[in-house]
Design a protein around this ligand. Structure first.
Ligand code: SF4
Length: 503
């Protein structure tokens, strides 16, 4: 789809709205000065024209032309936010009329919609008023408003615990036993000779980095409240290597304030009794066993080398080994999955009764340039609607059975512009998930591809420290990675007084 913006440069905003309706299509925006005119053209296009304080949007789709215009209230140039809102709103309305598609999140295109709800609620608006505003101004459906309000209510007390003197630790293990077809993470297939060779060195450096981070935490007086091992698949490590990393965490950090210790065990083909025992002996109290689907055909289609039964067996083994807080990740919209098969997966997961269930929506790569191919576009939109049914079923069934939504985020380019939602049984909220999404707590991160986030709620500042992305670079530039961590101490010196007891 081609967009032309005339008299303004709101490219990003216009493309975000267009993406809701053309999810896997290349969107090309061209900007022109005010006053530029164009001869009639038969191809599809969207034009957003800002001239003399009037925003006018024209949509030409499938041979039909639709137009809307609105005057900006203030200055003829108009404040940026108002012009942006009017452009996005008119594009949304015209595209909805032309396609018949009504995305559940309406014209909200950001990745943290619940944050917008929190902002209104914190400012004293009632849930009803807040819901009305999102329905009227942003066309959000009743179902999504209810989901956002419910999520916000469960998140709020945990967010309040994330004070400026607390932090979390993220430990990155970017290795997997094989690569899934839909994977968008930096993860290395452990089957390759190169990965096998680097792994022990990587684990040693990771432990060294943990030592360095622990030192920074001591210097700043932060209290560590959550630890999260993610990846990749952390249980790709052997039992001995897991023991090495968990022992480093225990040795270097003060864990007396810890409220949650999660390891993403991930795929059943990486989990065995020895590894579970190692994790349990180090007081890991939350693990993830991620089926994504319980349909064997779909597992095969995404490149998994295990069956649904192995997932169930693995879950039972984790229970036998004493894990009382297990998360299971699912993905709606996997290749070859259907609404019926996804609903069946949900029902079987409910029967297993894990404490956490996280329902993701498949993120797709935008690459196609459909031009006038309306059929291909319609298929992409229909697929989005199918995935919408999967996500709605999951929400309805899980909430009926006593799980509640406690964190929610959206990724760009998901089918149907849908969300990823974490559900849990009461008292089993994954704190780290809330903190990472809301960006309210400092997260110190170790390992390849890890990104530390330094946050001061007092000053509102958020700063990131990047580690090298790939394990090979991580090992090679390790001194530089340690050097970058010096910023942790200076950030907190600038943003809040250090504790009195600091040397
Ligand atoms: S398990 Fe996760 S990180 Fe590993 S390849 Fe599959 S999607 Fe990527």
């Amino acid at each position: 789809m081609n967009i032309r913006n005339v008299g303004h440069s709101m490219k990003y905003e216009a493309e975000c709205v267009a993406m809701l309706f053309f999810p896997d299509e290349k969107i090309v925006t061209t900007e022109y000065p005010a006053g530029e005119t164009f001869p009639p053209q038969p191809e599809d296009y969207i034009e957003n024209r800002l001239e003399n304080g009037v925003m006018k949007t024209t949509l030409c789709l499938n041979g039909e032309i639709r137009t809307m215009e609105q005057k900006l209230y203030d200055d003829p140039q108009g404040p940026y936010e108002e012009a942006e809102f009017l452009m996005c709103d008119m594009m949304y309305i015209l595209l909805t009329q032309a396609t018949g598609v009504h995305p559940g999140w309406g014209s909200l295109t950001g990745v943290r919609p619940v944050k917008l709800f929190h902002r209104r609620l914190d400012a004293g608006k009632s849930p009803e008023e807040t819901g009305r505003e999102f329905a009227e101004h942003f066309h959000v459906s009743d179902e999504k408003i209810a989901l956002a309000l419910e999520t916000a209510s469960h998140e709020a007390p945990i967010l309040r615990e994330a004070t400026d003197d607390t932090c979390s630790l993220y430990v990155s293990i970017p290795f997997c036993p094989s690569r899934c077809s839909y994977c968008s993470f930096v993860s290395h297939d452990i089957a390759s000779e190169r990965a096998k060779k680097i792994l022990p060195v990587y684990v040693d450096r990771l432990c060294d980095e943990l030592c360095c981070i622990a030192e920074k935490i001591k210097q700043t007086g932060l209290k560590l409240t959550t630890v999260y091992f993610g990846g990749g698949t952390p249980t790709t490590l052997s039992a001995e290597q897991l023991d090495q990393v968990c022992s480093a965490v225990e040795r270097y950090f003060d864990l007396s304030h810890l409220k949650e210790y999660t390891v993403e065990a991930g795929r059943p083909d990486t989990i065995d009794r020895d590894k579970l025992r190692v994790l349990h002996s180090h007081h890991v109290d939350r693990i993830s066993i991620n089926p994504q689907t319980l349909n064997d055909e779909v597992l095969k289609a995404i490149g998994r080398k295990h069956t649904a039964q192995q997932i169930v067996d693995c879950f039972q083994m984790a229970r036998e080994e004493g894990f009382e807080n297990i998360n299971m990740d699912l993905i709606a919209g996997l290749p070859g999955d259907t609404v019926e098969s996804f609903c069946d997966t949900i029902d079987r997961i409910i029967a297993l009764a894990p404490e956490n269930v996280t329902v993701h929506t498949l993120s797709i790569k935008r690459s196609a340039n459909y031009g006038q191919n309306w059929e291909a576009r319609r298929k992409a939109l229909e697929l989005g609607q199918q995935v919408g049914k999967m996500v709605s079923y999951a929400q309805k069934r899980l909430m009926e059975e006593g799980w509640m939504p406690y964190y929610l985020y959206k990724q760009r380019n998901t089918l149907g512009n849908l969300e990823n939602t974490g559900y849990c049984k009461k008292g089993y909220e994954g704190r780290y998930n809330i903190y990472i999404m809301d960006e309210t707590q400092t997260i110190l991160a170790a390992g390849g591809g890890a990104v530390s986030k330094l946050k001061s709620n007092r000053t509102g500042r958020l700063e990131r420290i990047f580690n090298y992305k790939y394990p090979f670079e991580y090992v090679e530039h390790f001194d530089e990675i340690l050097k970058r961590k010096d910023r942790v101490v200076s950030f907190f010196e600038e943003n809040r007084p250090l504790p009195l007891w600091k040397d």
